[in-house]
Design a protein around this ligand. Structure first.
Ligand code: KIV
Length: 293
């Protein structure tokens, strides 16, 4: 006997029926592009496990970044350099399982850790495949123009890519610390050139970390096919991202200047994340466009 799929529009019976309200449909790349085009701010937050991913999803976070920042906040490392691909796979799978348990809708980005995409495009593809097979919808990688060829290679093979410029924590030793990037005309011009190269290579998103607000706002205006996501990069980006532990005020070290503790005045974690979502959407976070730089 033939089995009738629960949803006739899908051969696998797994897609939500058309009657599911837009807010409960899985966030997709076309949806993110629509948000970017219409000027609706994109909310991104890190999560590393099933429970917090489910809470973030319920609070309205659209894109969950399984960031290699987990090396610092979960593993107690001094930097993200020591994070392995296996660790990223484990946490990506945990996040995806948590979202499936609650029929979550968030778009999941798996961070490619240090040394797993540096050698060749083929190495990057193998590493990206591990995170995609763990359930990620997109991979993120750090670095300027030298990554553009890799980005193009992945995108051509059906892997959406989020790039990352400015302060790139995997190169903290070469940068001489966690410092603002893109200051001064030459540095700003180089960062802009790299951003355009990454957009041309097909990156759909670009994290801009610790970059002067004016530079990130200018770039946001220029990049029509790549949504900028700021962290310590002012208010002018297409979206914002924070490390969850930072915005919940449970960072082991000192919180970066640009972070707001959303637990202040909140009745719980979900409430705090909801406040973050609302503040990004209505443009009230970040307030300080300069962060002192
Ligand atoms: O690893 C991470 O959490 C990140 C964000 C800080 C953007 O890359």
């Amino acid at each position: 006997m033939n089995e009738t799929p629960s949803n006739p529009s899908s051969p696998y019976g797994t897609l939500p029926p058309a009657s599911v309200p837009a807010s409960r449909r899985p966030v997709s790349l076309p949806r993110l592009r629509e948000m970017h085009a219409s000027g609706e701010k994109i909310v991104m937050l890190t999560a590393y496990d099933a429970t917090f991913a489910a809470v973030a999803d319920a609070a309205g976070v659209e894109t969950i970044l399984v960031g290699d920042s987990l090396g610092m906040v979960c593993q107690g490392l001094n930097s993200t350099v020591g994070v392995s691909l296996e660790t990223m796979r484990y946490h990506t799978e945990s996040v995806v399982r948590g979202l499936r348990r609650v029929q979550g809708t968030a778009w999941v980005i798996g961070d490619l850790p240090f040394g797993t995409y540096h050698e060749s495009r083929e190495q990057a593809l193998r590493s990206a495949a591990v995170l995609m097979q763990a359930g990620a919808h997109m991979v993120k990688l750090e670095g300027g123009g030298w990554t553009a060829e890799t980005v193009r290679f992945l995108v051509e093979r059906g892997i959406p890519v989020c790039a990352h410029l400015g302060l790139t924590p995997q190169t903290v030793h070469a940068l001489g610390g966690y410092r603002v990037q893109g200051k001064g005309d030459d540095a700003a011009a180089t960062l802009k050139r790299h951003a355009h190269e990454l957009q041309d290579a097909g990156a759909a998103m670009l994290v801009l970390e610790m970059v002067p607000a004016r530079l990130s706002a200018e770039l946001t205006g220029e990049l029509k096919r790549c949504a900028t996501i700021g962290i310590g990069a002012g208010r002018g980006t297409a979206g914002q991202v924070l490390v969850m532990h930072d915005m919940l005020g449970v960072n082991l070290g000192k919180n970066p200047k640009f972070v707001r503790n959303f637990m202040e005045g909140a009745s719980g974690v979900r409430d705090a994340i909801q406040a973050y979502v609302k503040a990004v959407k209505d443009g009230s976070f970040p307030v300080d466009d300069t962060h002192g730089w």
